[in-house]
Design a protein around this ligand. Structure first.
Ligand code: HGY
Ligand code: MN
Ligand code: MN
Length: 399
C-alpha cells in the first residue's frame, strides 16, 4: 500500500507536542494525565479522518477499527515520568499510517491501537494486561501511583469510555514496531531487529520501618537506620544474585522514598521499588526467593520491620513464528543484510497480546541506546525504513 512517509513523520512530531517537556524532543505524558487524554483525543480524530472507527475501551485503550476482522498494528502513547518522543508513540503512528494507507488503497482491513498505561504508572503494561484478560479491571482499578492516585479515579477523568472491551477475535493478530531502547542495532550498524521473544518481569514494593531519631545525638550502635538497611540489602542482593543470573538478567531499584528525607534526621522509614527481568520464568522465581530471604535477614540484622508488597509481573513471551518469518522476509527484501533477529530486554504490549493472538515485533535503532530519557532519539531514515518493513509484513499477514 502507498505509504506517505512525510505524513507519518508529521503525525509523529505532532504527537510529541502533547506533554512536550521542553528538553529536546522529550515528553511527560503519563497515563490519564491531561497531556495523555488530549493526545488520545487527537489520535481519535486522526483515526476518524483516516476512515477508522475510534473505540475507547473501559480502561482507556484507544482503537482505530477497520471492519469486523482485521490485523491490529500499534503500541502505546503514554510515557514514563520522563519519556522519549518515540517510546510507544512510534508504533502507534506507524499503525495509523499503515491502517490509513490500507484504507486508501482498498487493501485488506488493518486496525490500529494505542494501549493505555503500558509504562506502568499503575500496574505493569496495565492496559493490554486488562484487555488480554490476564488482569481483572476491578483489581487494576485498585492500583495506586506513587502519589496515591488510584487507577479508578484517574480512569474516571476520561470522557466517552465505552462500557465493553472489544472481543479478541475481532483481530487476526498484532504487530508492534518499537525503538530498541538498547545499544545493539546501533553497535552492529543494523537498521532492523526482528524480535524473537520478550523477557518476563517481576515488580514489587518493599518497605523498612526503623526508628526516626536525631542525627547528632544517636550513637551509631543504637540506630535503626533504614537507609543503612537498604544499602546493606542492595549489597547482599548483588552478591547473592551472582550465582543465579546471566549477563542478560537485569534488576533495578528505581524508586526510593526515604522518610523524612532530612539531613539531620536518622531516617525511620523507606519504601522502594524492586524490579527484575529475565527470559527464564524459573530464574525469575529463584530471584524472588533470594529477595524474600535477604529482606528478612537484613531487617533482623538492623532491627527494622520489613513489609513486602504484592509481586506483579508478565511472563516471558515468544513471538509468533509466522509473524517473525514475514517480518524477516520484509526486512531482507527492503534492508538486505541490514537486519537481525533478537530478543527484547524491554517489556512491550506484544507480550500480553501474544497470550491471546499471534503477535510480532520489529525494532529500529536507538541513538546511543538511550531511552526512558528526554534525549531518546532515532534517525528519520531509520524510522521510515522501519515503517516500510512493517507495512510489507502487515500486508502479507493481513492479506
Ligand atoms: O519498562 C519497560 O520495559 C517498558 O518500556 N515499559
Ligand atoms: Mn514502550
Ligand atoms: Mn517504555
Amino acid at each position: 500500500m502507498p505509504l506517505d512517509p512525510q505524513r507519518f513523520l508529521g503525525d509523529l512530531h505532532k504527537l510529541r507536542c502533547f506533554g512536550a517537556s521542553g528538553v529536546g524532543k522529550g515528553v511527560v505524558r503519563q497515563a490519564y494525565s491531561n497531556a495523555d487524554i488530549a493526545a488520545r483525543k487527537w489520535l481519535a480524530e486522526r483515526f476518524k479522518d483516516a476512515g477508522l472507527e475510534p473505540y475507547l475501551d473501559p480502561l482507556g485503550n484507544l482503537f482505530g477499527l477497520a471492519g469486523e476482522n482485521s490485523l491490529l498494528v500499534g503500541s502505546h502513547s503514554d510515557s514514563q515520568p520522563e519519556g522519549g518522543w518515540l517510546d510507544g508513540a512510534l508504533g502507534v503512528i506507524a499503525g495509523l499510517e499503515i491502517a490509513r494507507a490500507a484504507k486508501e488503497a482498498g487493501g485488506p482491513p488493518i486496525s490500529c491501537v494505542s494501549f493505555q498505561d503500558e509504562e506502568g504508572r499503575f500496574g505493569v503494561l496495565t492496559g493490554s494486561d486488562v484487555w488480554s484478560g490476564k488482569l481483572a479491571l476491578e483489581e487494576a482499578d485498585g492500583f495506586a501511583d506513587d502519589h496515591g492516585n488510584t487507577l479508578a479515579n484517574m480512569r474516571s477523568t476520561m470522557a466517552d469510555l465505552a462500557s465493553d472491551f472489544l472481543p479478541h477475535d475481532r483481530f487476526s493478530g498484532f504487530l508492534e514496531m518499537h525503538i530498541e531502547q538498547g545499544p545493539y542495532l546501533e553497535e552492529t550498524g543494523l537498521g532492523i531487529g526482528v524480535v524473537t521473544d520478550i523477557v518476563g518481569i517481576r515488580d514489587m514494593r518493599i518497605s523498612f520501618e526503623g526508628r526516626q531519631n536525631h542525627a547528632g545525638t544517636t550513637p551509631m550502635h543504637l540506630r535503626r537506620d533504614v537507609f543503612q538497611a537498604l544499602s546493606d540489602f542492595n549489597t547482599a542482593l548483588n552478591s547473592r544474585f551472582a550465582n543465579v543470573v546471566t549477563p542478560a538478567t537485569v534488576w533495578t531499584i528505581g524508586h526510593v522514598a526515604l522518610h523524612p528525607n532530612a539531613s539531620s534526621i536518622v531516617p525511620g522509614r523507606v519504601e522502594f521499588s524492586l524490579q527484575w527481568r529475565d527470559a527464564d520464568a524459573d530464574r525469575l522465581a529463584r530471584m524472588e526467593a533470594i529477595i524474600r530471604e535477604t529482606v528478612q535477614e537484613i531487617a533482623a540484622g538492623h532491627g527494622v520491620a520489613a513489609q513486602l508488597g504484592p509481586v506483579t509481573g508478565i511472563e516471558p513471551a515468544a513471538m509468533d513464528a509466522r509473524f517473525q518469518a514475514e517480518l524477516a522476509a520484509a526486512a531482507e527484501a527492503l534492508a538486505p543484510g541490514k537486519w537481525q533477529k533478537m530478543p527484547s530486554g524491554a517489556l512491550h504490549d506484544a507480550a500480553n497480546l501474544a497470550t491471546v493472538m499471534p503477535a510480532g515485533m520489529l525494532f529500529v535503532p536507538s541513538i546511543g541506546g538511550i531511552s526512558h530519557a528526554f534525549d531518546e532519539d532515532t534517525g528519520e531514515a531509520d524510522l521510515v525504513l522501519g515503517l516500510q518493513v512493517l507495512n510489507r509484513a502487515a500486508c502479507a499477514l493481513a492479506g
